[in-house]
Design a protein around this ligand. Structure first.
Ligand code: HSE
Length: 359
């Protein structure tokens, strides 16, 4: 067997703890699949005393995650801090500068800076892996990039934010109001640090921009995504939708038209009989339509410690085993610009609720 593959983890919150537990409990299985052992050599987190459900006594602790990213003993840096700027970006840049592969769950950073980071990794012959950044435990990046490589995609869409889907589902099923359900989602560890990212469609927009890049072979264009969340969806709308035979879902949609690429996130009424209407709670679903394969639906848990850890582990096994494809499926020089279609250019059906105030 090859020498152990040494990893450093930056950020030990919900997902980081899940990754530690998975690596511990599945150590033998992962070693077989990667043909070498995957060991945690270093970690960086604010609170050393918190119980993360795994033994960290033999692991090097760093106060400074960027310093850890330069650790000469480490083969790959796993970034689980989050955020488009600041320390997370510094960790990735430092790791790549020091010749280390990187695995990240950071959708905001990949959406804003993914093309540059991919080019930087390529220049140095390194791998930038990000399965955990989109749709939690669903292998959607690998599914689109590798599984559907024989197709031209026409449309990729889906439920990309578990918190919003959980809120919409729970509001429909229970008598609870929006704020109460959001607080529950936060307690369950689904919501972002800033929950407006979930409920205003920003998190789904990040994921959609990444999917559009993988699906359509274009540079990531977060500025071209129209984002509207579920803040204004009321119980009344949910009840009316039900009466009309629909469910309200927050969808992210990327669609190639004659005019260019539409990228939009907004609440949609989907017919109750369609598979996507049945995707409830924290579950996500991604639908891809290819010219040879037809329609493919991938569904699973889109948030939470263990599903996201499952995606991180898959990336680690690939890298440890030496498997590698370009970050977005194509060398960055071959990603092609596709003009964006603004939301004003979108033609579609609308649901309008008129409310007559009593005089
Ligand atoms: N806040 C995100 C969600 C977490 O609810 O989907 C997973 O990206």
């Amino acid at each position: 067997m090859k020498p152990p593959f040494k990893i450093a983890i930056a950020g030990l919150g919900t997902v980081g703890s899940g990754v530690l537990q998975l690596l511990d409990r599945q150590a033998d299985l992962l070693a077989q699949r990667a043909a070498r052992r995957i060991v945690v050599a270093a970690v960086s987190a604010r609170d050393r005393r918190r119980d993360r459900g795994a033994d960290l006594s033999a692991v090097r602790w760093y106060e400074d995650a960027a310093a850890m990213a330069a650790d000469p003993e480490v083969d790959v840096v796993v970034e689980l801090i989050g955020g488009a700027d600041g320390i997370a970006r510094q960790v990735l840049d430092t790791a790549l500068d020091h010749g280390k592969h990187v695995v990240t769950a950071n959708k905001a950073l990949m959406a804003h800076d993914g093309t540059r980071l991919a080019a930087r990794a390529e220049e140095r012959g390194l791998i930038l892996a990000f399965e955990a950044a989109v749709a939690g435990g669903i292998p959607v990046i690998k599914g689109l990039r590798e599984g559907l490589a024989g197709n031209r995609l026409e449309r990729v869409y889906g439920i990309l934010n578990g918190t919003s889907n959980y809120i919409l589902t729970t509001m429909r099923e229970s008598a609870h109001e929006f704020a109460e359900v959001l607080a529950e989602a936060q307690k369950l560890g689904y919501a972002e640090a800033d929950p407006s990212f979930d409920i205003d469609g920003i998190d789904a927009a990040h994921k959609l921009a990444i999917l559009a890049s993988v699906g359509f072979g274009r540079p990531v264009d977060i500025a071209g995504v129209y984002a509207e969340g579920i803040r204004h969806v009321s119980r009344l709308d949910i009840d009316f939708a039900e009466e009309l035979g629909y469910r309200i879902k927050l969808l992210g949609i990327a669609r190639l038209t004659e005019d260019g690429l539409e990228q939009r996130v907004h609440p949609c009424m989907v017919p109750r009989a369609t598979p996507i209407a049945a995707v409830e709670g924290v579950y996500n679903a991604v639908v891809a339509e290819g010219d040879f394969v037809g329609r493919v639906v991938l569904q699973g848990r889109g948030a939470g410690a263990f599903p996201t850890a499952s995606a991180v582990a898959a990336d680690l096994v690939d890298i440890a085993a030496g498997r590698h494809v370009p970050t977005f499926g194509l060398h960055t020089a071959n990603l092609r610009e596709i003009p964006g279609v603004p939301i004003e250019g979108h033609h579609g059906a609308y649901y309008i609720r008129l409310w007559r105030a009593s005089m």
